[in-house]
Design a protein around this ligand. Structure first.
Ligand code: FAD
Length: 383
């Protein structure tokens, strides 16, 4: 049977898009050799439009703020569809400085964030330690972002897989090598690495950082997305006596660092940012640097178990913003380039994918985030 739409890639973007498409009445197939085990599995799960806001990215900040607003309903919807609590936790964040120079950087960014009208306030060192007693005595103050939250990205992946299954989404455990086009140049399915074609009414390319590697379409069809490597660590402590109640981000002698506490006592520590192509090797130096920075801010991590170290590939785009919409190849859409904020952008991107596939306008926050950085047309919709 020919599916209405095939999704190439089953990370949070492909899975949430397929779930949204199925809920909109389309038959959807996800092709992925290891769904949910890409960047979406490695991520820290921060939903942080304010702490991610940086100079010159006002358009992205508006998108991130809108995305954050979608999260409470999205988490509740997933919860009712699957019975899974995805760990959406409105815990707020504190950003702290290890030295006076870090403090000055945080202050400058804070001024910018406040000028944009974002919820953020300056804190002295004492105020930081009142909010987060586990902070090191030497912390030089910082800022509080009460509206930046978190979700457990691994529970999210599990819930999306289950929700897709429940909504009738089909899974094919294979790798797509190429988009298949017809004599009219329009996408009409995908070619599988194991051999054979999978026909479909439309194709959504959402293979994260690997999206531009897909063959079968003219050069330049896919936007310039590249892998940006990030190491993270997972530490484990007692659930009944957590070290942190809210996320701590910080600058340690110029290096960014974060510690994201989960409800079960685990702590996600991240992250490096490296341009190394498709390499996901875990390197000793990166693990050492992350632990060193994290214990400079929160010395108590020394007592926790080092449970896991991993590296993932963020799908980076030239302007750090995602691409969602139809490409120049009819019936071929793309959803990638979510870079550091793919978990945060999941609900909004899913809405956008369902909208283009059903011929509806994109949700307004996504205007201007098409592959050609103009508002995508609705041409090529499935229904
Ligand atoms: C260290 C780190 C920390 C992060 N922290 C956060 C955070 O706190 N908050 C946040 O919002 N974001 C965070 N991110 C970013 C976030 O993880 C990504 O933006 C998001 O997961 C991208 O989702 P995706 O579905 O596009 O890609 P992925 O999750 O990478 O999924 C792509 C999928 O495509 C599949 N695939 C690839 N090629 C093919 C092919 N040819 N055929 C079929 N399938 C294919 C892969 O197997 C994979 O499952 C972080 C990322 C990293 C690396």
């Amino acid at each position: 049977m020919t599916a209405d739409v095939v999704f190439v890639g089953g990370g949070v973007i492909g899975l949430s898009g397929a779930w949204a498409a199925a809920r909109a009445g389309l038959s959807a197939t996800v092709v992925d050799p290891a769904p949910g085990r890409g960047s979406s599995w490695v991520a820290a799960g921060m939903l942080a439009p304010v702490t991610e806001a940086t100079f010159g990215e006002e358009h992205l900040v508006r998108l991130l703020v809108a995305a954050a607003g979608r999260w409470p309903d999205f988490a509740a919807d997933l919860g009712s569809a699957t019975g899974t609590d995805v760990g959406y936790r409105p815990c707020g964040m504190v950003v702290v400085a290890a030295d006076p120079s870090d403090r000055s950087v945080i202050d400058q960014l804070l001024g910018y964030q406040q000028r944009l009208g974002l919820a953020a306030r300056r804190l002295s060192g004492t105020e930081c330690r009142q909010l987060v007693p586990a902070l090191a005595p030497g912390v030089r103050g910082g800022a509080e972002m009460p509206g930046d939250h978190q979700v457990d990205n691994r529970k999210l992946v599990g819930a999306l897989l289950e929700a897709c299954g429940g909504a009738g989404v089909t899974f094919v455990a294979d790798r797509v090598t190429a988009v298949v086009t017809g004599p009219d140049g329009a996408a009409r399915g995908v070619h599988l690495a194991a051999g054979g074609d999978l026909p479909a009414g439309a194709v959504v390319a959402c293979a994260g950082a690997a999206t531009p590697l897909l063959d079968g379409v003219p050069p330049g069809t896919f936007p310039a997305v590249r892998p940006v490597k990030g190491h993270v660590l997972r530490l484990r402590g007692p659930a009944d006596h957590p070290l942190l109640e809210r996320t701590v981000r910080g600058l340690v002698h110029g290096r960014p660092c974060y510690l994201v506490p989960r409800a079960d006592g685990r702590l996600v520590v991240g992250a490096t940012s490296e341009e190394r192509g498709f390499d996901t090797t875990v390197q000793a130096g990166a693990v050492h640097a992350l632990l060193d920075d994290a214990r400079t801010l929160v010395p108590g991590i020394d007592e926790l178990e080092l449970e896991e170290s991993m590296a993932g590939l963020r799908p980076g785009s030239p302007d750090n913003a995602p691409f969602v919409g139809w490409t120049g190849v009819p019936r071929l859409a793309v959803a990638t380039g979510h870079y550091r904020n793919g978990i945060l952008l999941t609900p909004l991107t899913a809405e956008g994918i369902a909208a283009v596939l059903t011929g509806e306008p994109l949700p307004p926050p996504l205007d201007g985030f098409g592959p050609d950085r103009s508002t995508p047309t609705t041409a090529g919709h499935v229904r």
